[in-house]
Each structure stands twice: as C-alpha cells, then as structure tokens.
Design a protein around this ligand. Structure first.
Ligand SMILES: Nc1ncnc2c1ncn2[C@@H]1O[C@H](COP(=O)(O)OP(=O)(O)OP(=O)(O)O)[C@@H](O)[C@H]1O
Ligand SMILES: [Mg+2]
Length: 256
C-alpha cells in the first residue's frame, strides 16, 4: 500500500495553474525525486502535501487517512515533515535551541504538550534536550550545538534544517532544494546524509532538486514536472531516456 496517495491534485493562483492533475503513489522507504524547471510547481506540491496551502481540486491520503484539507500542524503530527527552499532558522539562537524550538512547537499541538505546563516541566525539558542532541548527532552537527545558527557554514545550516524536521519523528521527510547553494563537497555529504537517514530511521524521503546528477544518483523513483504538469515518471533510467523530458528539460540526453 502506498504511504502517500495523491489523486488529481491541482492548485491555481489567480488563474495560474501552478499544479495540475498531479498523481503520486509513494512507496514506503523509497527516495523519491521531483525535478522540473523554475516555476514548474515543485514547491507548490510540497506546500500542498504539508497543508501550508489547500488544493483547488484533488485528494491526498496519508496512511489511509484523508488529509486533503488538514491543517499543517495536524499533517506534521501524523508524520510528514519538511524543510524549506529558503532556509528558515532562528539565526540568533544556538544550534541546539533551534531543534528544541521545533520540538516545542510540535508539542504545543499534542497531548504531551500539556505535560510541559505541569510539575514535570523540568523532566520534560531534559527529555527535550536529550532528543535535540540526538537529532544533531544524526545529521553530524553534534559538536556545533552551542554555535549560533547564522555562524554555521551554509551546508551545515541546511543540515540543521533537516535536524529540525527529523526531530518531529516523521514517516515522510520532504526536502525542498536541500543542496541549493552548496559546493560539491557539501552536496556529496548531503547525499550520504539523506541515504543514512532513510536507512537509519526507516523513513521515506521525497526531494526536489535542480541538481540532475544528484537526483539521478540518489533517487529510486523520479517525477518530472513542467508548467505544473507531470510529464514523466519512473526510475532514473526511464526518466533520463524519456523524449518529453529531454525536450522540455534536460536539453540533450548527453548533458545528463
Ligand atoms: N503564493 C503564490 N501566489 C501566486 N502565485 C504563486 C504562489 N506560489 C507559487 N505561485 C506560482 O506557481 C507557479 C509554481 O511555483 P513553484 O514555486 O511551485 O515552482 P517551483 O517549481 O518550486 O520553482 P523553483 O524551481 O523556482 O523553486 C509559479 O508560476 C509561481 O509564480
Ligand atoms: Mg521551489
């Protein structure tokens, strides 16, 4: 059974069809890539899947529950976490605090959150801190926990964003342009990290990227969007050789 099932999902912005009749059957434990030129609808797709915006038409089911118009905090609690194309960190706060804030914001909406205001506050605070350290360890930022977030190198800021998403204990992790602005070394490290997260945490990962070689290398399933429409999907080999993809996006097959 697919983890995430999306049928005919569409979203327009004042007449602009940002996403049209998008369909997905996300297989558990895969690394699924979405590529497409600027404005193709990739971020819109992630905004729809995480409840940041509502679709104009279509349906989203997660673990056999309808989440089409569910609010973002409920979707996050059910197990879909994300990072953003433009890094969203608390730049003035230490690295550890950034992860703790993510954990706290999630707790606010859950039953466990009520415990925070009780006499068990101190114990919960310690538990929160332990969990935050664990997430930093997972992304390779354990040693930097006291550093102010904005002083981290760019690649580490992206890793911190991932730590914040992972803190929510997701079943599906959506990464929007996780390698944007990274140098080749940082990109290579991130590729390893994404594989590590999938294997270690047994989660499913969906990512958007402009870096075609990265996607071809990393993803088991790929979808290609163009002007809001799905023009191809399949394994890297199938997508790379699809004539529509070559014409619309990849240029010539040789360049890939
Ligand atoms: N909030 C919004 N209001 C109006 N138009 C929007 C909004 N969000 C997206 N769009 C439009 O929808 C289309 C798809 O945008 P989207 O950001 O999803 O593309 P993208 O594939 O993520 O592009 P990029 O590669 O540049 O990040 C674009 O034409 C964009 O201008
Ligand atoms: Mg985008």
């Amino acid at each position: 059974m697919p983890l995430l099932q999306v049928d005919q999902l569409s979203r327009s912005f004042r007449g602009v069809r940002a996403l049209e009749n998008y369909t997905l059957q996300l297989t558990p434990l895969t690394i699924h890539g979405v590529i497409g030129p600027n404005g193709a609808g990739k971020t819109t797709l992630f905004n729809l899947l995480t409840g940041f915006i509502s679709p104009t038409a279509g349906r989203i089911r997660f673990l056999d529950q309808e989440i089409t118009h569910a609010p973002a905090h409920r979707i996050a609690r059910l197990g879909i976490a994300r990072t953003f194309q433009n890094i969203r960190l608390f730049g003035n706060l230490p690295v550890l605090e950034n992860v703790k804030v993510a954990l706290q914001s999630q707790l606010k909406h859950s039953f466990v959150g009520t415990l925070l205001s009780s006499a068990r506050f101190v114990q919960n605070e310690r538990e929160l801190e332990r969990r935050a350290h664990e997430c930093l360890e997972l992304v390779g930022l354990a040693a930097q926990y006291q550093q102010v977030a904005r002083n981290l190198p760019y690649g580490d800021q992206r890793k911190l964003e991932i730590a914040r998403a992972v803190a929510l204990n997701p079943k599906v992790l959506l990464l929007d342009e996780p390698t944007a602005g990274m140098n080749p070394n940082e990109t290579g490290e991130l590729l390893q990290l994404i594989r590590h997260l999938r294997d270690q945490l047994k989660i499913t990962i969906m990512l958007v990227a402009h870096d075609i070689p990265l996607i071809m290398n990393l993803c088991e399933q790929i979808q290609v969007l163009n002007y809001g429409k799905l023009i191809a999907e399949g394994d890297p080999h199938t997508v790379r050789n699809n004539p529509d993809v070559i014409a619309a996006y990849l240029g010539t097959a040789k360049e890939v």
